[in-house]
Design a binder for this molecule. Sequence first.
Ligand code: ATP
Ligand code: MG
Length: 382
Amino acid sequence: MQAIVLRIGELFLKGRNRHLFERQLERNLRCTLRSLGGWQVSLGHGRVFVLGPEATAAEATRRLAGTFGIASLSRATLCPEDIDAIQSAAVDLARGAAERGARSFAVATRRPKKSFPQKSGEVNVRVGKAIEEATGMPVDLDRPDLTVSIEIGHERTFVCGEKVAGAGGLPVGSSGTAMLLLSGGIDSPVAGWLAQKRGLRLQAIYFHSFPHTGDRAREKVVDLARILAGSQCGMKLWVVPFASIQEALQGGAPGRQLVLLYRRMMVRIAEAHARREGCEALVTGDSLGQVASQTLANLACVEKVATLPLLRPLIAYDKAETVKLARRIGTFEKSSEPAEDCCSLFVPSFPETRGRPVVLDDIEKAFPIAAWTETRGEPMTA
Ligand code: ATP
Ligand code: MG
Protein backbone atom coordinates (compact mmCIF):
# COMPACT_ATOMS: atom_id res chain seq x y z
CA MET A 1 0.00 0.00 0.00
CA GLN A 2 1.08 3.57 -0.64
CA ALA A 3 0.16 6.47 1.63
CA ILE A 4 -0.11 10.07 0.41
CA VAL A 5 -0.54 13.11 2.63
CA LEU A 6 -2.30 16.18 1.24
CA ARG A 7 -2.04 19.59 2.89
CA ILE A 8 -5.08 21.81 2.72
CA GLY A 9 -4.33 25.32 1.52
CA GLU A 10 -6.53 28.34 1.76
CA LEU A 11 -9.23 26.39 3.53
CA PHE A 12 -7.61 27.51 6.74
CA LEU A 13 -8.83 31.01 6.01
CA LYS A 14 -12.43 30.01 5.99
CA GLY A 15 -13.12 30.16 9.71
CA ARG A 16 -16.44 28.75 10.62
CA ASN A 17 -17.25 27.49 7.14
CA ARG A 18 -14.13 25.44 7.17
CA HIS A 19 -15.86 22.14 7.78
CA LEU A 20 -18.13 22.69 4.76
CA PHE A 21 -15.10 23.25 2.54
CA GLU A 22 -13.41 20.21 4.00
CA ARG A 23 -16.43 18.03 3.42
CA GLN A 24 -16.64 19.19 -0.19
CA LEU A 25 -12.96 18.45 -0.65
CA GLU A 26 -13.36 15.00 0.82
CA ARG A 27 -16.24 14.24 -1.57
CA ASN A 28 -14.18 15.49 -4.53
CA LEU A 29 -11.17 13.41 -3.54
CA ARG A 30 -13.23 10.25 -3.13
CA CYS A 31 -14.84 10.87 -6.48
CA THR A 32 -11.59 11.44 -8.33
CA LEU A 33 -10.03 8.26 -6.88
CA ARG A 34 -13.11 6.04 -7.14
CA SER A 35 -12.42 4.61 -10.58
CA LEU A 36 -8.93 3.48 -9.48
CA GLY A 37 -10.43 1.20 -6.82
CA GLY A 38 -9.16 0.48 -3.31
CA TRP A 39 -8.29 4.02 -2.22
CA GLN A 40 -9.34 5.42 1.15
CA VAL A 41 -9.52 9.09 2.14
CA SER A 42 -9.49 10.40 5.69
CA LEU A 43 -9.45 13.99 6.74
CA GLY A 44 -8.22 15.75 9.85
CA HIS A 45 -5.98 18.48 11.29
CA GLY A 46 -5.60 20.55 8.12
CA ARG A 47 -4.49 17.62 6.04
CA VAL A 48 -5.89 14.59 4.28
CA PHE A 49 -4.49 11.11 4.54
CA VAL A 50 -4.95 8.91 1.49
CA LEU A 51 -4.08 5.24 1.28
CA GLY A 52 -4.29 2.81 -1.61
CA PRO A 53 -2.63 0.15 -3.75
CA GLU A 54 0.95 0.77 -4.84
CA ALA A 55 0.05 -0.23 -8.42
CA THR A 56 -2.14 2.83 -9.01
CA ALA A 57 -0.21 5.25 -6.77
CA ALA A 58 1.33 7.21 -9.65
CA GLU A 59 -2.05 7.82 -11.29
CA ALA A 60 -3.62 8.63 -7.91
CA THR A 61 -0.88 11.19 -7.25
CA ARG A 62 -1.46 12.77 -10.65
CA ARG A 63 -5.19 13.10 -10.00
CA LEU A 64 -4.68 14.42 -6.48
CA ALA A 65 -2.17 17.01 -7.69
CA GLY A 66 -4.87 18.33 -10.04
CA THR A 67 -7.58 18.56 -7.39
CA PHE A 68 -8.42 22.10 -6.30
CA GLY A 69 -8.16 22.88 -2.59
CA ILE A 70 -4.84 21.08 -2.07
CA ALA A 71 -1.74 23.17 -1.32
CA SER A 72 0.83 20.39 -1.50
CA LEU A 73 1.19 16.64 -1.33
CA SER A 74 3.81 14.12 -0.27
CA ARG A 75 4.18 10.40 -0.41
CA ALA A 76 4.28 9.06 3.14
CA THR A 77 5.78 5.99 4.79
CA LEU A 78 3.55 4.22 7.29
CA CYS A 79 5.48 3.02 10.36
CA PRO A 80 4.92 0.90 13.40
CA GLU A 81 4.46 3.04 16.48
CA ASP A 82 8.06 2.84 17.54
CA ILE A 83 10.84 5.41 17.65
CA ASP A 84 13.42 3.23 15.87
CA ALA A 85 11.06 2.48 13.00
CA ILE A 86 10.16 6.16 12.71
CA GLN A 87 13.80 7.14 12.70
CA SER A 88 14.76 4.69 10.00
CA ALA A 89 11.86 5.73 7.75
CA ALA A 90 12.84 9.38 8.24
CA VAL A 91 16.48 8.70 7.41
CA ASP A 92 15.49 6.85 4.22
CA LEU A 93 13.32 9.75 3.08
CA ALA A 94 16.02 12.29 3.85
CA ARG A 95 18.67 10.27 1.99
CA GLY A 96 16.48 10.23 -1.11
CA ALA A 97 15.89 13.98 -0.87
CA ALA A 98 19.61 14.66 -0.37
CA GLU A 99 20.39 12.64 -3.49
CA ARG A 100 17.92 14.81 -5.39
CA GLY A 101 19.62 17.99 -4.21
CA ALA A 102 18.21 18.95 -0.78
CA ARG A 103 20.89 20.76 1.22
CA SER A 104 19.29 21.41 4.60
CA PHE A 105 16.41 19.99 6.60
CA ALA A 106 14.12 20.30 9.60
CA VAL A 107 12.04 17.73 11.44
CA ALA A 108 8.49 18.56 12.56
CA THR A 109 6.67 16.07 14.74
CA ARG A 110 2.99 16.05 15.68
CA ARG A 111 2.00 13.72 18.45
CA PRO A 112 -1.75 13.59 18.95
CA LYS A 113 -1.22 10.24 20.66
CA LYS A 114 0.03 11.44 24.00
CA SER A 115 0.79 7.95 25.31
CA PHE A 116 3.73 7.65 22.89
CA PRO A 117 6.80 7.49 25.16
CA GLN A 118 8.86 10.30 23.56
CA LYS A 119 7.58 13.88 23.42
CA SER A 120 7.55 15.59 20.01
CA GLY A 121 10.61 17.71 20.89
CA GLU A 122 12.58 14.59 21.77
CA VAL A 123 11.52 12.90 18.54
CA ASN A 124 12.67 15.96 16.55
CA VAL A 125 16.09 15.99 18.21
CA ARG A 126 16.69 12.28 17.95
CA VAL A 127 15.56 11.90 14.35
CA GLY A 128 17.34 15.14 13.40
CA LYS A 129 20.64 13.82 14.71
CA ALA A 130 20.21 10.56 12.83
CA ILE A 131 19.51 12.41 9.57
CA GLU A 132 22.51 14.70 10.07
CA GLU A 133 24.77 11.69 10.58
CA ALA A 134 23.38 9.76 7.64
CA THR A 135 23.31 12.55 5.07
CA GLY A 136 25.61 15.31 6.30
CA MET A 137 22.82 17.85 5.75
CA PRO A 138 22.65 20.58 8.41
CA VAL A 139 19.47 21.46 10.26
CA ASP A 140 17.89 24.74 9.16
CA LEU A 141 14.75 25.59 11.07
CA ASP A 142 14.05 28.81 9.16
CA ARG A 143 14.27 27.84 5.51
CA PRO A 144 14.92 24.13 5.19
CA ASP A 145 15.02 22.57 1.71
CA LEU A 146 13.34 19.53 3.21
CA THR A 147 10.90 19.27 6.08
CA VAL A 148 10.52 15.75 7.39
CA SER A 149 7.07 15.57 8.97
CA ILE A 150 6.31 12.89 11.51
CA GLU A 151 2.84 12.19 12.77
CA ILE A 152 2.22 9.87 15.67
CA GLY A 153 -1.55 9.55 15.63
CA HIS A 154 -4.25 7.49 17.27
CA GLU A 155 -4.95 5.62 14.07
CA ARG A 156 -1.59 5.60 12.36
CA THR A 157 1.98 6.77 12.47
CA PHE A 158 3.73 8.03 9.37
CA VAL A 159 6.66 10.03 8.08
CA CYS A 160 6.66 12.18 4.97
CA GLY A 161 9.21 14.30 3.20
CA GLU A 162 9.45 16.03 -0.18
CA LYS A 163 6.45 18.06 -1.21
CA VAL A 164 4.92 18.40 -4.63
CA ALA A 165 2.84 21.53 -5.26
CA GLY A 166 -0.92 20.97 -5.39
CA ALA A 167 -3.35 22.80 -7.66
CA GLY A 168 -4.27 25.35 -4.98
CA GLY A 169 -7.62 27.10 -5.10
CA LEU A 170 -10.82 25.98 -3.40
CA PRO A 171 -12.63 22.65 -3.68
CA VAL A 172 -14.87 22.57 -6.74
CA GLY A 173 -18.45 23.04 -5.58
CA SER A 174 -17.60 25.05 -2.48
CA SER A 175 -18.37 28.37 -4.20
CA GLY A 176 -21.55 27.27 -5.98
CA THR A 177 -22.33 26.42 -9.59
CA ALA A 178 -22.02 28.35 -12.84
CA MET A 179 -22.79 27.95 -16.55
CA LEU A 180 -19.71 28.23 -18.76
CA LEU A 181 -20.18 29.47 -22.33
CA LEU A 182 -17.79 27.03 -23.95
CA SER A 183 -16.69 27.57 -27.55
CA GLY A 184 -14.05 25.50 -29.26
CA GLY A 185 -11.54 28.34 -28.83
CA ILE A 186 -8.52 28.72 -26.60
CA ASP A 187 -9.98 31.12 -24.07
CA SER A 188 -13.23 29.71 -22.74
CA PRO A 189 -11.81 26.38 -21.46
CA VAL A 190 -9.14 28.31 -19.56
CA ALA A 191 -11.79 30.63 -18.14
CA GLY A 192 -13.71 27.55 -17.02
CA TRP A 193 -10.65 26.06 -15.34
CA LEU A 194 -10.04 29.31 -13.44
CA ALA A 195 -13.67 29.38 -12.32
CA GLN A 196 -13.34 25.80 -11.09
CA LYS A 197 -10.15 26.77 -9.30
CA ARG A 198 -12.11 29.27 -7.23
CA GLY A 199 -14.57 26.59 -6.21
CA LEU A 200 -17.26 26.81 -8.89
CA ARG A 201 -18.80 23.64 -10.17
CA LEU A 202 -19.58 24.06 -13.87
CA GLN A 203 -22.08 23.10 -16.46
CA ALA A 204 -21.18 24.11 -20.01
CA ILE A 205 -23.24 25.38 -22.93
CA TYR A 206 -22.19 25.40 -26.57
CA PHE A 207 -23.98 27.15 -29.44
CA HIS A 208 -23.80 25.01 -32.52
CA SER A 209 -24.66 26.37 -35.95
CA PHE A 210 -25.01 23.18 -37.90
CA PRO A 211 -24.39 22.92 -40.86
CA HIS A 212 -22.33 26.14 -40.85
CA THR A 213 -20.28 24.70 -38.04
CA GLY A 214 -19.73 20.98 -38.57
CA ASP A 215 -19.60 17.86 -36.44
CA ARG A 216 -15.92 18.37 -35.88
CA ALA A 217 -16.53 21.72 -34.19
CA ARG A 218 -18.99 20.04 -31.83
CA GLU A 219 -16.69 17.10 -31.11
CA LYS A 220 -13.97 19.53 -30.21
CA VAL A 221 -16.17 21.20 -27.63
CA VAL A 222 -17.21 17.83 -26.21
CA ASP A 223 -13.54 16.90 -25.83
CA LEU A 224 -12.76 20.21 -24.13
CA ALA A 225 -15.70 19.73 -21.77
CA ARG A 226 -14.33 16.30 -20.94
CA ILE A 227 -10.99 17.80 -19.93
CA LEU A 228 -12.71 20.28 -17.60
CA ALA A 229 -14.96 17.49 -16.33
CA GLY A 230 -11.83 15.82 -14.95
CA SER A 231 -11.59 18.51 -12.28
CA GLN A 232 -15.10 17.94 -11.02
CA CYS A 233 -16.07 14.33 -11.65
CA GLY A 234 -18.29 14.75 -14.66
CA MET A 235 -19.97 17.73 -16.27
CA LYS A 236 -23.20 18.43 -18.11
CA LEU A 237 -22.78 20.02 -21.54
CA TRP A 238 -25.71 21.63 -23.35
CA VAL A 239 -25.54 21.77 -27.14
CA VAL A 240 -27.90 24.45 -28.43
CA PRO A 241 -28.95 24.61 -32.10
CA PHE A 242 -28.12 28.14 -33.13
CA ALA A 243 -28.16 28.22 -36.95
CA SER A 244 -31.75 29.34 -37.46
CA ILE A 245 -31.31 32.26 -35.03
CA GLN A 246 -28.11 33.37 -36.74
CA GLU A 247 -29.68 33.08 -40.17
CA ALA A 248 -32.70 35.13 -39.12
CA LEU A 249 -30.49 37.85 -37.62
CA GLN A 250 -28.31 37.89 -40.70
CA GLY A 251 -31.38 38.32 -42.89
CA GLY A 252 -32.74 41.34 -41.04
CA ALA A 253 -30.05 43.15 -39.01
CA PRO A 254 -27.07 45.35 -39.97
CA GLY A 255 -23.96 43.22 -40.54
CA ARG A 256 -21.83 45.41 -38.28
CA GLN A 257 -24.03 44.56 -35.30
CA LEU A 258 -24.27 40.81 -35.88
CA VAL A 259 -21.61 39.60 -33.44
CA LEU A 260 -23.18 41.61 -30.65
CA LEU A 261 -26.63 40.30 -31.51
CA TYR A 262 -25.34 36.71 -31.53
CA ARG A 263 -23.62 37.21 -28.21
CA ARG A 264 -26.67 38.73 -26.59
CA MET A 265 -28.77 35.74 -27.72
CA MET A 266 -26.14 33.34 -26.39
CA VAL A 267 -26.19 35.04 -23.03
CA ARG A 268 -29.99 35.05 -22.83
CA ILE A 269 -30.23 31.35 -23.74
CA ALA A 270 -27.34 30.45 -21.42
CA GLU A 271 -29.01 32.32 -18.60
CA ALA A 272 -32.31 30.49 -19.15
CA HIS A 273 -30.44 27.18 -18.95
CA ALA A 274 -28.54 28.37 -15.89
CA ARG A 275 -31.74 29.27 -14.07
CA ARG A 276 -33.44 25.98 -14.89
CA GLU A 277 -30.35 24.12 -13.65
CA GLY A 278 -29.87 26.20 -10.51
CA CYS A 279 -26.59 27.80 -11.63
CA GLU A 280 -25.81 31.10 -9.97
CA ALA A 281 -23.56 32.78 -12.55
CA LEU A 282 -22.37 32.72 -16.17
CA VAL A 283 -18.70 32.40 -17.16
CA THR A 284 -17.16 33.48 -20.48
CA GLY A 285 -13.66 33.59 -21.94
CA ASP A 286 -13.77 37.31 -22.75
CA SER A 287 -10.61 39.33 -22.33
CA LEU A 288 -10.73 43.12 -22.47
CA GLY A 289 -9.76 44.50 -25.85
CA GLN A 290 -8.61 41.18 -27.31
CA VAL A 291 -10.87 41.35 -30.36
CA ALA A 292 -13.43 43.82 -31.71
CA SER A 293 -16.28 42.15 -29.83
CA GLN A 294 -14.44 42.61 -26.53
CA THR A 295 -14.09 46.38 -26.31
CA LEU A 296 -15.48 47.76 -23.08
CA ALA A 297 -18.52 49.19 -24.88
CA ASN A 298 -19.26 45.83 -26.51
CA LEU A 299 -18.79 43.84 -23.33
CA ALA A 300 -21.25 46.23 -21.71
CA CYS A 301 -23.82 45.65 -24.50
CA VAL A 302 -23.66 41.89 -23.97
CA GLU A 303 -23.66 42.04 -20.19
CA LYS A 304 -26.76 44.24 -20.25
CA VAL A 305 -29.02 41.33 -21.19
CA ALA A 306 -27.78 39.13 -18.31
CA THR A 307 -29.33 39.28 -14.88
CA LEU A 308 -27.09 36.65 -13.32
CA PRO A 309 -23.51 37.72 -12.56
CA LEU A 310 -21.39 37.36 -15.69
CA LEU A 311 -17.89 36.29 -14.69
CA ARG A 312 -14.91 36.78 -17.01
CA PRO A 313 -11.87 35.24 -15.35
CA LEU A 314 -9.60 36.17 -18.29
CA ILE A 315 -10.56 39.83 -18.38
CA ALA A 316 -7.00 40.97 -17.57
CA TYR A 317 -5.08 38.16 -19.29
CA ASP A 318 -2.84 38.73 -22.29
CA LYS A 319 -3.35 36.14 -25.02
CA ALA A 320 0.16 34.78 -24.33
CA GLU A 321 -0.71 34.22 -20.67
CA THR A 322 -3.90 32.41 -21.62
CA VAL A 323 -2.04 30.21 -24.09
CA LYS A 324 0.55 29.33 -21.46
CA LEU A 325 -2.14 28.28 -19.02
CA ALA A 326 -4.03 26.39 -21.75
CA ARG A 327 -0.90 24.35 -22.38
CA ARG A 328 -0.47 23.63 -18.70
CA ILE A 329 -4.02 22.43 -18.18
CA GLY A 330 -4.00 20.37 -21.37
CA THR A 331 -6.63 22.19 -23.46
CA PHE A 332 -4.35 24.02 -25.90
CA GLU A 333 -3.86 21.26 -28.41
CA LYS A 334 -7.52 20.45 -28.65
CA SER A 335 -8.46 24.13 -28.93
CA SER A 336 -5.92 24.59 -31.72
CA GLU A 337 -7.48 21.99 -33.98
CA PRO A 338 -9.11 23.69 -36.96
CA ALA A 339 -12.90 24.04 -36.85
CA GLU A 340 -15.47 26.65 -37.81
CA ASP A 341 -16.47 29.37 -35.34
CA CYS A 342 -20.11 30.45 -35.39
CA CYS A 343 -19.37 34.01 -34.31
CA SER A 344 -17.65 34.77 -37.58
CA LEU A 345 -20.61 33.62 -39.68
CA PHE A 346 -21.92 36.33 -42.00
CA VAL A 347 -19.88 38.98 -40.15
CA PRO A 348 -18.28 41.83 -42.18
CA SER A 349 -14.57 42.65 -41.80
CA PHE A 350 -15.28 45.83 -39.83
CA PRO A 351 -17.72 44.95 -37.06
CA GLU A 352 -18.99 47.47 -34.52
CA THR A 353 -16.47 48.31 -31.81
CA ARG A 354 -18.57 50.90 -29.96
CA GLY A 355 -21.81 49.06 -29.51
CA ARG A 356 -24.73 50.86 -27.85
CA PRO A 357 -27.44 48.97 -25.98
CA VAL A 358 -30.21 51.27 -27.26
CA VAL A 359 -29.27 50.57 -30.85
CA LEU A 360 -29.27 46.81 -30.24
CA ASP A 361 -32.54 46.95 -28.26
CA ASP A 362 -34.07 48.71 -31.22
CA ILE A 363 -32.86 46.18 -33.78
CA GLU A 364 -34.02 43.30 -31.59
CA LYS A 365 -37.63 44.61 -31.61
CA ALA A 366 -38.01 43.06 -35.06
CA PHE A 367 -37.16 39.55 -33.79
CA PRO A 368 -38.90 37.02 -31.50
CA ILE A 369 -36.30 37.42 -28.75
CA ALA A 370 -38.44 35.98 -25.93
CA ALA A 371 -39.27 32.85 -27.94
CA TRP A 372 -35.64 32.41 -28.99
CA THR A 373 -34.54 32.70 -25.37
CA GLU A 374 -36.53 29.53 -24.68
CA THR A 375 -34.46 27.50 -27.17
CA ARG A 376 -33.49 24.31 -25.39
CA GLY A 377 -30.15 22.62 -25.75
CA GLU A 378 -29.57 18.91 -25.83
CA PRO A 379 -27.86 17.68 -22.65
CA MET A 380 -24.75 15.53 -22.89
CA THR A 381 -22.52 14.14 -20.18
CA ALA A 382 -18.84 14.92 -20.47
P1 ATP B 1 -12.73 31.52 -27.18
O1 ATP B 1 -11.33 31.19 -27.47
O2 ATP B 1 -13.22 31.02 -25.88
O3 ATP B 1 -13.66 31.22 -28.34
P2 ATP B 1 -12.34 34.13 -28.11
O4 ATP B 1 -11.25 34.99 -27.61
O5 ATP B 1 -12.21 33.45 -29.44
O6 ATP B 1 -12.72 33.08 -27.00
P3 ATP B 1 -14.89 34.98 -28.89
O7 ATP B 1 -14.91 33.86 -29.83
O8 ATP B 1 -15.14 36.35 -29.35
O9 ATP B 1 -13.57 35.07 -28.08
O10 ATP B 1 -15.94 34.64 -27.73
C1 ATP B 1 -15.95 35.25 -26.48
C2 ATP B 1 -16.64 34.32 -25.52
O11 ATP B 1 -17.99 34.07 -25.91
C3 ATP B 1 -16.00 32.94 -25.50
O12 ATP B 1 -14.87 32.90 -24.66
C4 ATP B 1 -17.12 32.08 -25.02
O13 ATP B 1 -17.25 32.16 -23.60
C5 ATP B 1 -18.33 32.71 -25.66
N1 ATP B 1 -18.65 32.05 -26.93
C6 ATP B 1 -18.31 32.40 -28.18
N2 ATP B 1 -18.79 31.53 -29.09
C7 ATP B 1 -19.46 30.58 -28.41
C8 ATP B 1 -20.19 29.40 -28.77
N3 ATP B 1 -20.32 29.01 -30.04
N4 ATP B 1 -20.74 28.66 -27.78
C9 ATP B 1 -20.60 29.03 -26.50
N5 ATP B 1 -19.94 30.12 -26.09
C10 ATP B 1 -19.37 30.89 -27.04
MG1 MG C 1 -13.85 32.07 -30.22
